[in-house]
Design a protein around this ligand. Structure first.
Ligand SMILES: O=C(O)CCC(=O)C(=O)O
Ligand SMILES: [Fe+2]
Length: 353
């Protein structure tokens, strides 16, 4: 029998949340959410070899421990463009509070969320929406999102109560972790520890936050939360509500990222690849969905100051390694990434020489 959903006008569905809570039990996903033609394309190998960095050792006064951790960090950047971070000092309780607030936001009615929908363009400071799929497949993502610019100016919805305060606390703490990770990454590249942070003018850097909400999906092997992509920015930090779904690609093979209590997930972004002239690569990743539990990921993209014209840094350019990317301002790159209708897996194709 045809699912009741298939007879709902697809254009009236403004969020995946609304689709799954509309009163009819959904057993088949509407065809415009069917991403995988072959369900085995959604499988991945276990990610137990994914590197884990001990943040407490990275910032410790013990020189040997620190040097060893920097070298592990460098290896993770070279081999995976992705790593997990433990002992980062941000409490699990704070993350729990943040995910609770994200749930509360998500359960508000579409009418209540209406005021947060995109008004003008992708530079809107606060944007709530769904299915932002710009790839040529046009298949929709099984995901709703709330996207916010949180640095240098902090923007956040004024409801639900406490959302803003909780996010501000998380963002301040994570920014400190980001700075120390960038110091470590700089050292691993044999440049001065503040090199990347200063080069990208990150004191006034654009921190871009996204809460991705993936409701339970009746046919998870056919739908995708987010199709394979790389992220703009230098470092991307991700926390999840304890539900798995992130997969990382390495040498053409997909690996599932295990959920580990209070570990942050970090991937390198396109601007790390551009600045290092390809020495470190931006990691291709995707988000899978499941049939049981709502998954929420809280992602912060740390990028340069918006007007920064980003080119490969002189330290990574020489006769053997000529510039591999042309320059573009961070703002133009961000806008192209968020609006291009012809985007493939990565926006780096826009600037690759
Ligand atoms: O939800 C995830 O695990 C991935 C999210 C992501 O890749 C993104 O927001 O760019
Ligand atoms: Fe991403």
């Amino acid at each position: 029998m045809e699912s009741p959903l298939q007879i709902i006008d697809q254009n009236t569905i403004s969020s995946v949340h609304k689709l799954v809570t509309c009163g009819n039990k959904v057993t088949n996903i509407p065809s415009h959410y069917a991403y995988f033609k072959n369900p085995s394309d959604s499988t991945a190998l276990p990610g137990d070899g994914i590197p884990i960095i001990d943040y407490s050792l990275l910032i410790s006064g013990d020189h040997n421990q620190q040097t060893k951790t920097v070298s592990e960090l460098g290896k993770a950047c070279r081999d995976w463009g992705f790593f997990m971070v433990k002992n980062h000092g941000i409490s699990e309780k704070l993350y729990e509070a943040m995910f609770e607030k994200c749930e509360e936001f998500n359960s508000m009615s579409d009418d209540e969320k209406q005021e947060f929908k995109m008004k003008k363009d992708v530079m809107d400071r606060i944007k709530f929406g769904s299915s932002n799929n710009l790839s040529s497949t046009r298949v929709r993502f099984w995901r709703d999102y709330l996207k916010l610019f949180i640095h240098p100016d902090f923007n956040s919805p004024h409801k639900p109560a406490g959302f803003s305060e909780t996010l501000l606390e998380v963002s301040r703490k994570q920014r400190e972790v980001m700075k120390n990770l960038l110091r470590g990454v700089s050292k691993s590249l044999n440049v001065e520890e503040s090199y990347l942070y200063n080069m990208a003018e990150m004191d006034r850097g654009m921190d871009f936050f996204a809460a991705n909400i993936y409701p339970p999906c009746p046919q998870p092997e056919l739908a995708v939360g987010l199709s394979p992509h790389t992220d703009f920015g230098l470092l991307i930090m991700l926390a999840s509500n304890g539900v798995g779904g992130l997969q990382i690609q390495r040498n053409g093979t997909w690996y599932s990222v295990d959920v580990r209590p209070n570990h942050l997930m970090v991937n390198l972004g396109d601007h790390m690849e551009i600045l290092t002239n390809g020495k470190y690569k931006s990691a291709v990743h995707r988000a899978m969905v499941n049939s049981k539990t709502t998954r929420i990921s809280a992602v912060t993209v740390y990028g340069p100051e918006v007007n920064k014209f980003v080119v490969p840094a002189p330290e990574f350019v020489d006769d053997d390694s000529p510039p591999a990317y042309r320059g573009m301002t961070y703002r133009d790159y961000f806008i192209a990434d968020q609006t291009s209708t012809t985007k493939g897996v990565t926006s780096l194709d826009l600037v690759r020489i």
